[in-house]
Design a protein around this ligand. Structure first.
Ligand SMILES: *[C@@H]1O[C@H](CO)[C@@H](O)[C@H](O)[C@H]1NC(C)=O
Ligand SMILES: *[C@@H]1O[C@H](CO)[C@@H](O)[C@H](O)[C@H]1NC(C)=O
Ligand SMILES: *[C@@H]1O[C@H](CO)[C@@H](O)[C@H](O)[C@H]1NC(C)=O
Length: 434
């Protein structure tokens, strides 16, 4: 009896070990078990309208945080002063993206066969890239709120960098939207009934822009403005991932419709003549006070690119997914998403997701991760299992809890080939700063 139970115990240990090594069906990764970092908060600088801090536990695990206030120009100026040393380096990091960005535009628009695109030298790709970024800015300018130009102007004046270079870098996301995972869990799906929102950015993990991950907290004096935290890379003022103090959170994912499919109510259209999506998304967090406002703002915006997205909302205690294109915008809750499938994407109360693959996807990984955890989902389920097992967020990922202002995040390691989904979550309590 004793021998038998000892054997059973050993067998149990062995199966646990082997279970820990095997991926879940359809999943390509393993749980991320790197310990959570409660960072030291090191004050860096104080200027007229801002303070900056470094949140870190050592020289490899860090995120910059700054709080700026005032008018858009003043908030830009404060960022330029606070990061006078870092912004010039980060601008060079953004500029390393231009050749690949130009190749991707030529490829997407099928302007040349790929073998010719690959033959174009950098001395053509780089100026061509700058030209495309300039064109995009001028074409979109009638729809770009003056506030964004003012913020960049302030940043340029204080840092000594040229407005043109900062502006170009800020148009990169409009041209290359990224692969990502959108995940929301709330109400009956989560352990404490609160809303959890993941934005996992899957996009070239080893570009040097990961030198300066930054959270910029804006306390704008513009009418109707909420305090927001833009969770991004230094110098990018639009949204990659943003959350407001009031509790509206947002993250996006590129939409790649399949030629000839009827996956969307109408064929999703694209235009460059409109408000860049990063500014549309940031405005929803800065000016919306609930999901109805978010929908109104999305619906009335002059939309440009094809993207998916997710919104968490503390005021609504809920979450919405989104399909967005120049010609339509749809929000989905946990009942009316249009591509449920019992095999790969079952309807579950309090769950919305779009996995890292092209949508609709028949990959079962996320279903396999969350089914056993349903009703008990926590931030840890997301940063350990969802990020790790689904192997998503190679560049940066952020788990947000809009009702408490907590976030857990990581970006890929600067100067080393370590993807973000392998790295320790840095826990930031935004409530300590705003
Ligand atoms: C910081 O966190 C990382 C990741 O968990 C860990 O490997 C490292 O040892 C920590 N550094 C210090 C100085 O505690
Ligand atoms: C899904 O339901 C939400 C309300 O929960 C609504 O706002 C949204 O428009 C609906 N979406 C579709 C596509 O019907
Ligand atoms: C999934 O299975 C349930 C129960 O058999 C069924 O009611 C539902 O229509 C199925 N959903 C889909 C999207 O196939």
């Amino acid at each position: 009896m004793r021998i038998l139970s000892a054997a059973t115990a050993i067998f149990a240990v062995l199966t646990t070990v082997s279970a820990a090594r095997d991926s879940l069906p359809d999943c390509s990764g393993l749980p991320n078990t790197s310990p959570v970092i409660e960072p030291n908060v090191i004050p860096l600088k104080t200027v007229l309208n801002g303070q900056s801090y470094l949140l870190s536990n050592d020289s490899a695990n860090y995120v910059y945080l700054a709080k700026v206030s005032g008018s858009p120009y003043e908030m830009g100026y404060a960022q330029g002063e606070l990061f006078k040393d870092e912004l010039p380096l980060q601008l060079l990091n953004y500029e390393t993206l231009y050749p690949v960005m130009t190749q991707s535009v030529l490829h997407t628009n099928a302007i040349l066969p790929d073998e010719y695109i690959l033959m174009i030298p950098e001395w053509i790709l780089i100026p061509l890239g700058k030209f495309l970024l300039d064109m995009n800015w001028y074409i979109a300018l009638p729809w770009i709120p003056q506030r964004y130009a003012d913020e960049l102007e302030g940043m340029a004046d204080a840092s000594g960098l040229s407005f043109e270079r900062l502006r170009r870098a800020n148009m990169v996301p409009e041209i290359i939207q990224a692969h990502c995972t959108v995940f929301g869990a709330w109400g009956p799906a989560t352990e404490d009934g609160k809303v959890y929102h993941l934005r996992a950015l899957d996009w070239n993990p080893f570009t040097p822009i990961n030198q300066f991950p930054a959270i910029i907290i804006y306390e704008s004096n513009e009418e109707g403005s909420q305090t927001i935290a833009n969770i991004n890379y230094l110098g990018w003022i639009g949204t990659l991932t943003t959350m407001s103090k009031l509790g509206i959170s947002v993250g996006e994912k590129v939409m790649l419709p399949r030629e000839g499919s009827h996956d969307y109510p109408e064929w999703p259209q694209v235009t460059y003549f409109g408000k860049p999506w990063q500014f549309v998304l940031r405005d929803t967090t800065q000016f919306a006070t609930n999901l109805a406002d978010v929908y109104y703002m999305l619906n009335t915006a002059k939309r440009t690119m094809r993207i998916h997205g997710g919104w968490g909302s503390a005021p609504d205690h809920s979450f919405r997914g989104m399909d967005f294109a120049a010609n339509f915008v749809k929000l989905y809750d946990d009942h009316n998403y249009t591509h449920y499938s019992n095999q790969s994407h079952p309807q579950m109360d309090g769950i919305f997701y779009l996995d890292k693959h092209v949508q609709p996807s028949d990959n079962q990984c996320i279903k396999n991760i969350i089914t056993p955890q349903y009703g008990h989902i926590t931030a840890e389920t997301i940063y350990s299992n969802l990020i790790g097992d689904h192997r998503t967020g190679d560049n940066m990922w952020v788990v947000m809890k809009p009702e408490s202002g907590d976030i857990w995040m990581a970006s890929s390691q600067y100067g080393a080939p370590v993807e973000a989904y392998r790295r320790s979550p840095i826990h930031v309590r935004l409530g300590d700063f705003w």
